[in-house]
Structures are given as structure tokens and as C-alpha cells.
Design a protein around this ligand. Structure first.
Ligand code: UFG
Length: 340
């Protein structure tokens, strides 16, 4: 079975490529390098032990996407490609809507004309919206709107896929709702490599640890949580990658629409995360409390029971392992991937 991995040079995509190869799948990787680079592909090939084909392609280009499907015999698509910075999406919403929606539509059109009927989509816990009770459960309806244009693109793509399943007999769409992916491959050869100053907690903390940034700013210490800082469900990227391999089993069962959380079921505070990372890097990391960040929810985590029941998948790696692996990646690659 050959899987097209879009965004396969990116953070979650690259780790998933390795797990797919391990599980015996053939892969074709497509990426436009908007937030990644060829060195990530080279290292992923090395870790996977396979020189899998790579295509540099902008998926919003419908003709180029059709040609990709002409060139390879694809059986399923795992669609990671997309813009993902929550804050940036509020500043350039049209770019986010255009990129994330057009690339998905272009893929779905190409799939239709090539009779490819299996699609796994990188969705997000953000689709539950601010009102959902925790832990987030798949039976909870999605929100009418999310807190960002980025989140809205996830919500809209979920609707597009639900409609396509209804209209196209035999079409399988798996919507995987990720919680907070962190961690890195245990080799320290690949990991998260954000452009510019990181927006997310883990890469920011890692860059303070390696001396690229001076100080961690903890956004809010007056939330109604045990230590006053926000709680999130951090999941190791390798566990998340394995969740995609498990989801392929559902595809083989012709699941139609299948929606599933990928999280651990545990909430960890920002302060706990900073302390765990300090242990990994062997020094107390400097932090200060800062005002709350607009749009942040106090606390959410997954109900992981459905994933266990349906996919036989459970996240195995804990917070300390996540921090140890990020530190290995960051300390081996203080400037991220070397530029080509
Ligand atoms: N935080 C800080 N300081 C920082 C960065 C983050 O204190 O420098 C805090 C945030 O306030 C939040 C927590 O760390 O409480 C986690 O923040 P992240 O930015 O790492 O992650 P979010 O939970 O905000 O966002 C994540 C994903 C999004 C997704 C969202 C909702 O990055 O893709 O969860 O599911 F939309």
C-alpha cells in the first residue's frame, strides 16, 4: 500500500514517515518547504532506512497535484501540509484560508479523478471550541467557530470531508484531532524546527535552554488550575505518529467517516513543563509570569478511551521523555536543520 504523505518534511509528518516505513508501507512525500527543508527529508530517509520518493510541490496548484497522482499509484493520503501558527492566522487570515482549504480541495479533486478513496486528516482539538467540557470526547459536537482562523480552517476541512464521505460511496475519511504534540525522534536527528521566534511553549523553552532566547514568559498564573498556569495534553510526536499507523487499520475496514482524538488523557501545567525541561537540560531555566495570552483556554485534555477501543492505540511516552527527546534534538541542533 502506498501512502502519499503531504507535509512529510514537517515536524509531525517526518516522524510519521518513519513509523509508516517501519510498519511496512511505501511512502511518497510531498512538501513545499514553507516550514521545512530538504535536510529534514534527508535525515528522515536515513532514519527510515529507505530512499523514499520526494516531490517539492505546492498543493494549492491543482495541475501540479493532478500530475503527482499521475506519476504515483497512491492508495491513501495522510494530509499534514498546512499553515499552523495560531497567532499569525489572525493577522493573515486569507492566506490561511487560501492555503489550507485550497490544498485540501486540490488533493480531493486529484483523488477523485484517480479513484483514490482513503484520506487521513490532521485535525486539532481546537475544533471542540471554548465551551466544550473536559476531557474532550468525540461525542461532543464541534464548536460553531474556533478561536482562530487556523482553527476555523480545521473545522471547515472537517465539514468538507464529512460531506465528501456522504457524497462519494466508498470514500474513507479519518479525522485525527491532535492535542499538543511535542517531543522529537529519540536519535535527536529530527524535531520541531519553527521559523523565527517560536509561538508554542515547547520550542520556546528549548531555545531558552540552548541559549538562543533569554527567558521563558509564562502567559498567566491566575487561572483556576492547581498552580495557576494553563493545563494542556502534551503528546509525544512519536506516539502521535503511531496513531496514524493505527488509523490506517480503520481505513482498511472501510470506515467511512471516523473521528478520533489523539491525546494522552493527562493535563500538564506550563510550570510543570518548565520544571521537567529544566531536569532534562540539567539547569534551572529562567522564567517570568506575563499577562494571559488572548484566546488561551485554561485547561483541556483528551478523553483517549475511544482511540484505545477503536484503534488499539494508547500514548506511551511521558512528559520527562518528551522533554529529554526535545533537549537531545535542540542541543544537537541549536540552530535547527542546517540551511541548504
Ligand atoms: N505558553 C506560555 N509561554 C509561551 C508559549 C506558550 O506560557 O511562550 C503557554 C500557553 O499560554 C498555553 C501553553 O503554554 O497555556 C501551551 O501553548 P502552546 O502555544 O504550546 O499550545 P496551544 O495549546 O496554545 O496550541 C495548541 C496547538 C494549536 C491548537 C491548539 C488547540 O499549537 O495548533 O493547541 O488545540 F490549535
Amino acid at each position: 500500500m502506498t501512502i502519499l504523505v503531504t507535509g512529510g518534511a514537517g515536524y509531525i509528518g517526518s516522524h510519521t514517515c518513519i513509523e509508516l516505513v517501519k510498519a511496512g508501507y511505501d511512502i511518497v512525500v510531498a512538501d513545499d518547504f514553507a516550514n521545512s527543508c530538504m535536510e529534514a527529508v534527508r535525515r528522515t530517509r536515513k532514519l527510515a532506512g529507505v530512499e523514499f520518493p520526494f516531490e517539492k510541490i505546492d498543493l494549492t496548484d491543482y495541475d501540479a497535484t493532478q500530475k503527482l497522482f499521475d506519476k504515483y499509484q497512491i492508495d491513501a493520503v495522510i494530509h499534514f501540509a498546512g499553515l499552523k501558527a495560531v497567532g499569525e492566522s489572525g493577522k493573515i487570515p486569507l492566506t490561511y484560508y487560501h492555503n489550507n482549504l485550497d490544498s485540501t480541495l486540490s488533493l480531493l479533486e486529484a483523488m477523485k479523478s484517480h479513484s483514490v478513496k482513503n484520506f487521513i486528516f490532521s485535525s486539532s482539538a481546537t475544533v471542540y471550541g471554548p465551551e466544550a467540557p473536559v476531557p474532550y470526547n468525540e461525542a461532543t459536537p464541534v464548536s460553531r467557530i474556533t478561536s482562530s482562523p487556523y482553527g476555523n480552517t480545521k473545522l471547515m476541512i472537517e465539514y468538507i470531508l464529512k460531506d465528501e464521505v456522504k457524497a462519494n460511496p466508498g470514500f474513507n475519511a479519518v479525522l485525527l484531532r491532535y492535542f499538543n504534540p511535542v517531543g522529537a525522534h529519540e536519535s535527536g536527528e529530527i524535531g520541531e524546527n519553527p521559523n523565527g521566534i517560536p509561538n508554542n511553549l515547547m520550542p520556546y523553552v528549548a531555545q531558552v535552554a540552548v541559549g538562543k532566547l533569554d527567558m521563558i514568559h509564562i502567559f498567566g498564573n491566575d487561572y483556576d488550575t492547581p498552580d495557576g498556569t494553563c493545563l494542556r495534553d502534551y503528546i509525544h510526536v512519536v506516539d502521535l505518529a503511531k496513531g496514524h499507523v493505527a488509523a490506517l487499520k480503520k481505513i482498511k475496514e472501510n470506515c467511512g467517516l471516523f473521528v478520533c482524538n489523539l491525546g494522552t488523557g493527562k493535563g500538564t501545567s506550563v510550570l510543570e513543563m518548565v520544571k521537567a525541561f529544566s531536569k532534562s537540560c540539567g539547569k534551572d531555566l529562567p522564567y517570568e509570569f506575563a499577562p494571559r495570552r488572548e484566546g488561551d483556554l485554561p485547561a483541556f485534555w483528551a478523553d483517549p478511551a475511544f482511540a484505545k477501543e477503536q484503534l488499539g492505540w494508547v500514548a506511551e511516552k511521558g512528559i520527562q521523555e518528551m522533554c529529554d527527546d526535545v533537549w537531545r534534538w535542540q542541543s544537537k541542533n541549536p540552530a535547527g536543520f542546517p540551511q541548504d
